[in-house]
Design a binder for this molecule. Structure first.
Ligand SMILES: Nc1ncnc2c1ncn2[C@@H]1O[C@H](COP(=O)(O)OP(=O)(O)OP(=O)(O)O)[C@@H](O)[C@H]1O
Length: 229
C-alpha cells in the first residue's frame, strides 16, 4: 500500500532534512500511528503521500503509484483515493452537514441519485443521522470531526490520513472519534494517523512509527506512545 525506500525530504530554506533516509512498508488494512515531537517530520510524511511534496531522494510508492513518476495531470485522481482528516476539521462553513458530504461526491462526478442515497448512509455510519441540516457552527467539535470523517470516507478511500484528528477534542470525544476510525479501518481502509495523544496510542496498541529529527527511531507492531516515558 505504502512503500518508502531511503526517502529524504529537504526543504530549500531548512538546514537539516525534514525526513532523513526513511524506509518502511505499510500494508493494506493496517492501522498505523505516526508519532514524534514537533518538527520530527510527521506532516512532511503525510504531504509526501498526498503528493503535495516530492521526495528529494529515494523511492515512494502509494497504492502502486510511483510518486516520483506521477504526472501532474494524474495527481487529482491519486488524491481521490485518499481521505484526509485534520485537527481543525476544515468543513465548508456556508454549507450544511449534508451539503459538505455531498460536495465531496459532486467533485468526483457522482450522479445525483447516488449522492442522495449515499449521504444518509454515511451520516448514519458516523452517528449523525438527524443533524443533516445543521450548519458546522451549530455542531460540537466532536460532531464536526464526525462530519469531516464522513466526508473523507464517502468516496471509499483506500487510505485515510488523519493529522492530529483529536487535537482539539476532549478525552471522551476523542475516544468516540477513535472508535469511528477503527470502524472505518475494519472496512479494509488503511488508516495512518499522526498524533501527540499518548492516551489514545497507549489504549489502542496498534503499530507505532516514531520519528525524531526526520528519522525512524522506532517501529513496533503493537506499540505504546513512549518507552519508559
Ligand atoms: N514548507 C517548509 N519549508 C521549510 N521547512 C519546513 C517546511 N515544512 C516543514 N519544514 C521543516 O521540516 C521539519 C519537519 O516539519 P514537519 O512539519 O514535518 O514536522 P511535524 O512532526 O509534523 O511537526 P508538528 O508536530 O509540529 O506538526 C521541521 O524542521 C520544519 O521546520
Amino acid at each position: 500500500m505504502i512503500h518508502l525506500s531511503h526517502v529524504s525530504k529537504s526543504y530549500k530554506t531548512s538546514t537539516r532534512p525534514a525526513l532523513d533516509d526513511v524506509s518502511m512498508d505499510i500494508e493494506k488494512g493496517e492501522f498505523v500511528f505516526v508519532i514524534g515531537p514537533s518538527g520530527s517530520g510527521k506532516s512532511t510524511f503525510l504531504r509526501l503521500l498526498l503528493r503535495e511534496e516530492l521526495p528529494s531522494k529515494g523511492e515512494l510508492t502509494v497504492n502502486k503509484l510511483d510518486m516520483n513518476r506521477l504526472r501532474r495531470s494524474k495527481i487529482p485522481a491519486h488524491r481521490r483515493t485518499l481521505g484526509c482528516v485534520f485537527q481543525d476539521f476544515r468543513l465548508l462553513q456556508n454549507k450544511t452537514v449534508d451539503q459538505n458530504i455531498a460536495f465531496a461526491l459532486e467533485v468526483t462526478g457522482k450522479p445525483r441519485a447516488h449522492i442522495k442515497k449515499i449521504v444518509p448512509e454515511v451520516l448514519e455510519l458516523v452517528g449523525l443521522e438527524g443533524k443533516s441540516n445543521r450548519m458546522p457552527h451549530e455542531l460540537s467539535g466532536g460532531e464536526q470531526q464526525r462530519v469531516a470523517i464522513a466526508r473523507a470516507f464517502v468516496n471509499r478511500p483506500l487510505l485515510m490520513l488523519a493529522d492530529e484528528p483529536t487535537g482539539n477534542l476532549d478525552p471522551d470525544t476523542s475516544s468516540d472519534i477513535m472508535l469511528l476510525l477503527e470502524r472505518i479501518n475494519r472496512t479494509g481502509t488503511t488508516v495512518l494517523m499522526a498524533t501527540h495523544d499518548n492516551h489514545i496510542v497507549d489504549s489502542m496498541r496498534r503499530r507505532v512509527i516514531e520519528l525524531q529529527l526526520g528519522k525512524i527511531v522506532r517501529d513496533e507492531s503493537r506499540g505504546v506512545y513512549g518507552v519508559g516515558r
